[in-house]
Write a new protein. Structure first.
Ligand code: MCN
Length: 731
């Protein structure tokens, strides 16, 4: 009997957090801790000649100053984690001070002398592409070029009725977690214990052991409470390596906590793409070919091509486009390196394809929803031109439901416009890709008192996933949800796991927990057979009990647990081992593809700011385990997407100075700009998992920007192809 799945159950995580019992890294204190402060480059590009730390070492409290630290780390630049001969961006670590208190550590930074010769810097990614001035000495600016091609777009475009060319720009943004990054590394001989603000303790352990495996036997990583991450805390950063090295070197606990301005400078930025698109559309609305030249502003390091891969292969979105080419150039610039940020490649692809849909409709004078409908994929599974297999989904069904709501917004739009107000209604349809693998683990253990512990390899950090998984386990075992505790985030407790990213945790860890619960039920039947002197075949598990339908006899899970794990002593006389435990690993052989639609009714005020009059989103993610948690994800994601569309941008001047180095300049939204969001969901697009869910953690950051931009564009009657929309383009 399903009691919990599908219900708006309150988060089990919250009572601790809202009563101040949360423990973030900076709340943890260990005697003898040294505080780490990092001297950073203040220039975007320079030859580093000499770093003199002698004065800093004289400061009271300073124990050590580290310079020139260098390790080989997969996918990180040569000069990682500290600059030794060349400075590549503002914020890059140069030296690290270890001191007995935080204040003297920061004071000592001022006493370090750095001798450098400024080099020309490369800031504009399109300039970088020309490869005239070098962002990194001795290296081509083009870190990689990749072409993703299908069919013959050139021919299709040239024979189409209308050809369009546009440049679509997507801002660099800072993943603004409320809690900046931080780490505490505690030294003991043979074991380092690390408390970190991370999305994946297991990744952190693996990466750190790769580098420090010869200096310490083992590293245990414990995920402290995390105040948001949004993709940016997935892999260890330079400062994590520096902190761990420092604690191994000094044999003391070492703590590093980023200040906000350090965090803005050095937490890897997201997005940062320029698309030059050409496309062809016929008068009947069919979109016949796309040619996209994509420049990704990598900053001063390349972290691989996965952002290029996702952005390019997801570009066709939910539409039947067969002829398409995407040429991607990943270029170096003297800026903070780029990495994944909520949506990682899908928001960029969706913004481009949804802009193309609206612009194509405007060009041929067709209703943009009609044009989308004309091109939408109508049957799944569907193989897209780049070989992605879109799993089960009824896009048209959701589309038509969304369309009804949108026509309502349009009616209100025309009433308000007739009153002379600058109002527009915008629509987007998005297809997303999630559940990046390969698997996630879960162990379900019943204690002797019948209470259940679920240990998961995912490491939620604000999503509420533990509550969702408790719902699944409580239903499967037929027990009270208050008897289920979900734990996570400690590498010494959990053999292997991956973590929380790519909207994977509920589907992968949740299904692992479901399968593990089934193993527990099987075991409960075997134990009950022994206690009830029945054959296993005669018994079945139903609603928290093992029953013998013939005799009417039954034993609850709690009774079986108590009997098999009695603490009263005695000798071993079990035929079946006493424990009630199950472990499962779950993965999918194909990614999952949730989809949805976002709609905004926006008014442009006299002063150029926007008022969102109505906002409506509808998603299909298969089975929704907890609509309240999923809705929370949508609300946060809509506001994040709205910030990206309207105000957030990491801005460097022409010389490479960071102009948005604090929240005074960086346009993070506040509660003042928030608006009401209506959300609905469908459950037709089930995934192939036993509990057929898909993820919801990123969908709204993907669907929002194109809807808000379209609404604003209509309010102003002016084409907008740049994120964020600038005041100059809206006024
Ligand atoms: N859920 C559900 N039914 C489903 C799918 C999910 O009820 N079919 C619920 C889950 O129980 C969970 C939430 O929705 O509470 C999100 O689950 P899921 O989609 O599996 O996503 P993850 O737990 O893997 O979270 C990752 C995702 C990502 S990739 C980013 S980035 C992001 C996001 O979550 N970062 C966040 N949301 C965030 N929310 C907070 N508070 N902080 C972040 O850093």
């Amino acid at each position: 009997m399903k009691k919990y799945v599908g219900q708006r159950i309150k988060r089990q995580e919250d009572p601790r957090l809202i009563t101040g019992e949360g423990r973030y890294v900076d709340d943890l204190e260990f005697p003898g801790t040294l505080y780490l402060a990092i001297l950073r480059s203040t220039v975007p590009h320079a030859k580093l000649n000499r770093v003199d730390v002698s004065d800093a070492l004289k400061i009271n409290g300073v124990v050590d100053v580290i310079t020139g630290l260098k390790f080989k780390v997969e996918n990180r630049p040569d000069n990682f984690p500290m600059a030794s001969t060349e400075l590549l961006y503002v914020g890059q670590p140069i030296a690290a001070v270890l001191s007995t208190d935080r204040y003297s550590a920061y004071d000592a930074l001022d006493s370090i002398q750095v001798d450098y010769d400024v080099l020309p810097s490369v800031i504009d990614p399109e300039e970088s592409l020309k490869d005239q001035k070098r962002a990194i000495e001795g290296k081509s600016n083009i870190a990689y070029k990749k072409t993703y091609s299908s069919g013959n777009p050139e021919e299709k475009i040239s024979s189409s009725d209308v050809k369009v060319e546009e440049k679509i720009e997507i801002n660099r943004v800072y993943p603004s977690a409320m809690e900046p990054r931080g780490i505490l590394s505690i030294y003991q001989p043979d074991l380092l214990t690390i408390y970190a603000s991370t999305q994946s303790p297991h990744y952190m352990r693996r990466y750190l052991l790769d580098v420090f495996g010869s200096m310490v036997k083992d590293i245990r990583v414990v995920q402290a409470d995390v105040g948001g991450a949004f993709g940016s805390k997935l892999f260890p950063y330079a400062e994590d390596y520096i902190a761990v090295y420092s604690s191994l070197k000094t044999k003391r606990p070492v703590k590093w906590i980023a200040t906000r301005s350090e965090d803005i400078r050095t937490t890897y930025h997201g997005r940062g793409q320029i698309h030059k698109v050409k496309f062809g559309v016929n008068k009947d609305g069919s979109l016949v070919g796309i040619n996209d030249q994509l420049v990704i502003d990598l900053g001063a390091a390349s972290h691989g091509t996965y952002l290029a891969d996702i952005s390019a292969t997801m570009l066709p979105g939910p539409y039947k486009i067969k002829d398409i080419v995407v040429d991607v150039y990943g270029v170096y610039t003297n800026k903070t390196p780029l990495d994944q940020y909520r949506g990682a490649g899908r928001p960029e692809a969706t913004f481009v394809i949804e802009r193309i849909m609206d612009i194509a409709a405007d060009e041929i004078g067709m209703d943009p929803l009609e044009l989308r409908k004309k091109n939408i994929v109508r049957e799944t599974p569907y193989i897209n031109p780049f070989g992605l297999k879109y799993d089960n989904g009824d896009y048209l069904n959701l589309f038509e439901k969304a369309e009804k709501a949108f026509r309502g917004l349009e009616e209100r739009e025309s009433v308000l416009r007739s009153e002379g107000r600058r109002v527009g209604a915008g629509f987007s349809f998005y297809l997303e890709q999630n559940n990046f693998g390969p698997w996630e683990s879960a162990s379900v253990r019943v204690r002797g008192d019948g209470k259940v512990i679920v240990i998961i390899g995912a490491s939620p950090h604000g999503q509420g996933t533990a509550t969702g998984i408790a719902q699944i386990v409580a239903d499967e075992l037929g027990i009270d949800i208050n008897d289920v505790e979900v734990v996570w985030g400690d590498t010494s407790l959990i053999g292997e796991g991956y973590g929380t990213y790519g909207s994977r945790s509920l589907t992968l860890a949740g299904n692992a927990a479901l399968i593990a619960s089934r193993k527990v039920k099987d075991k409960a039947i075997r134990l009950a057979a022994q206690f009830m002197r029945s054959d296993v075949q005669e018994l079945k598990y139903d609603d928290g009990k093992v029953i013998n339908p013939k005799s009417g006899e039954s034993m609850s899970l709690r009774e079986i647990a108590a009997k098999s794990m009695s603490t009263l002593g005695g000798t071993w006389n079990y035929k079946e081992e006493p424990g009630l435990e199950g472990t499962a690993y779950f993965g999918l052989d194909n990614l999952t593809f949730p989809y949805g639609s976002h709609m905004a009714l926006v008014e442009v005020r006299e002063d150029g700011l926007l008022n969102v009059l109505e906002y409506y989103a509808i998603d299909d993610i298969g089975t929704v385990v907890n609509p309240m948690l999923a809705e929370g994800q949508v609300m946060g994601g809509v506001l994040q997407g709205y910030g990206e569309a309207t105000s957030e941008e990491v801005i460097y001047d022409k010389e490479g100075n960071l102009l948005t180095g604090s929240f005074a300049e960086y346009g993070i939204l506040t509660a003042m700009e928030a608006f009401n969001i209506k959300w609905e969901y469908l459950e037709k697009g089930k995934s192939a998992a036993p509990l057929p869910a898909k993820g919801i953690g990123e969908g709204a950051t993907i669907g929002t920007p194109p809807a808000v931009v379209r609404a604003t564009e209509k309010a102003l009657n002016k084409r907008i192809t740049r994120l964020p929309m600038r005041l100059s383009s809206v006024i």
